[in-house]
Design a binder for this molecule. Structure first.
Ligand SMILES: CC(C)(COP(=O)(O)OP(=O)(O)OC[C@H]1O[C@@H](n2cnc3c(N)ncnc32)[C@H](O)[C@@H]1OP(=O)(O)O)[C@@H](O)C(=O)NCCC(=O)NCCS
Length: 319
């Protein structure tokens, strides 16, 4: 037994910050950001916490699924960092929803939603769950260095969620990791032990943009090919591709290398930037609410990011 998606939700901070807004604080321009990345604006938290919009996304997904919090058997949150190291973001969401089920976080950076779906699938396979809530939520604005123009312009804050139920929606899923701290890392804050040697670690996201770019294109192509083949489908049979929204040029390069018609790819990076693990479920919710998803459609989801991690899956839309 596998799962089907029966509801989606998304939420983000109220403030929409344009490239021109950022240019007032950082040596950059709308022209540079939009041509190099496809990003025009992003949502950034002012007084919201990541828990706030994670809960709103979860509530939207539950409502869309016609599911009550007390019916949930499991909550998995995909996040690089919740509001607290402990309790996990999943436990905070569980408490604020009024649910009573087990809850845990997964950190697979931008691939977190795919990793969470893979973990959830195991609960259905073991017959442990009939309703699972997956929430992906990130507050990247707290993790990037706002003095580093090469990274701060790329990211945004937001959350996306999905409610899963038993069914035959999931056709295939693959997840991968190629452990490396070289291309992308965010160091943990150091404690204040008087017995520990001070580390010279920036607490902010550090990235080799070109290294990540190369990894992203090859992971996206490889993983999509693998997931589609495992589903027993040809690339032409995929109705919609929902790629992780990191850089429009990464998606365009992958489009040229694959055999899925370009008009089947969906993007919203222009409005949200890179929301890490949240990017795919936010896009999925937008498509669901816009009525773009019809029963029987084959959706291919593909993500890549820090770790380095990546993953892809094929889901038959059943809602
Ligand atoms: C980050 C990224 C957009 C940079 O694009 P790029 O074409 O590789 O640009 P470069 O790093 O070569 O920088 C080119 C120039 O632009 C400058 N630049 C960098 N950021 C800038 C900004 N925000 N505004 C203006 N100029 C900027 C650089 O200083 C450099 O100037 P120089 O040539 O005088 O040294 C691109 O590499 C990328 O998207 N990588 C993948 C990142 C990613 O997706 N990460 C998340 C993974 S989930």
């Amino acid at each position: 037994m596998s799962f089907q998606i029966i509801g989606t939700g998304s939420a983000y901070p109220a403030a929409s910050i344009t490239n021109d807004d950022i240019s007032k604080f950082v040596d950059t321009s709308d022209e540079w950001i939009s041509t190099r990345t496809g990003i025009r604006s992003r949502r950034l938290a002012w007084d919201e916490t990541v828990s706030d919009y994670a809960v709103h996304a979860a509530q939207g997904a539950l409502e869309n699924a016609g599911t009550k919090p007390e019916e949930l058997d499991l909550i998995i949150c995909a996040t690089a960092r919740g509001e607290f190291l402990t309790p996990s973001l999943a436990c905070v969401v569980q408490s604020r929803l009024g649910a009573g089920c087990p809850a845990f976080d997964i950190n697979a950076a931008c691939s977190g939603f795919l990793y969470a779906l893979d973990a959830a699938e195991g609960w259905f396979a073991r017959g442990r769950a009939s309703r699972v809530l997956v929430v992906a939520a990130e507050q990247m604005s707290e993790l990037v260095n706002w003095n580093d123009r090469s990274t701060c312009v790329l990211f945004g804050d937001g959350a996306g969620a999905a409610v899963l139920a038993p069914g035959e929606g999931l056709q295939s899923i693959c997840i991968h990791a190629k452990g490396s701290t070289e291309e992308l890392r965010i160091a943990c804050a150091q404690g204040n032990s008087p017995f520990a040697k001070p580390r010279e670690n920036s607490p902010f996201l550090q990235m080799d943009g070109k290294g990540v770019y190369k990894f992203a294109v090859s992971a996206m192509c490889h993983d999509l090919e693998q997931a589609i083949e495992q589903a027993g489908l040809s690339q032409e049979e995929i109705d919609l591709v929902l790629p992780h929204q990191a850089n429009i040029r990464i998606i365009e390069t992958a489009i040229h290398r694959l055999n899925i018609p370009a008009e089947r790819y969906r993007t919203n990076i222009d409005r949200y930037g890179n929301t890490s693990a949240a990017s795919i479920p936010i896009l999925l919710d937008e498509l669901n609410r816009a009525g773009e998803l019809r029963p029987g459609m084959m959706l291919a989801l593909t993500a890549f990011g820090g770790g380095l991690t990546s993953g892809a899956c094929v889901i038959r839309w059943t809602k």
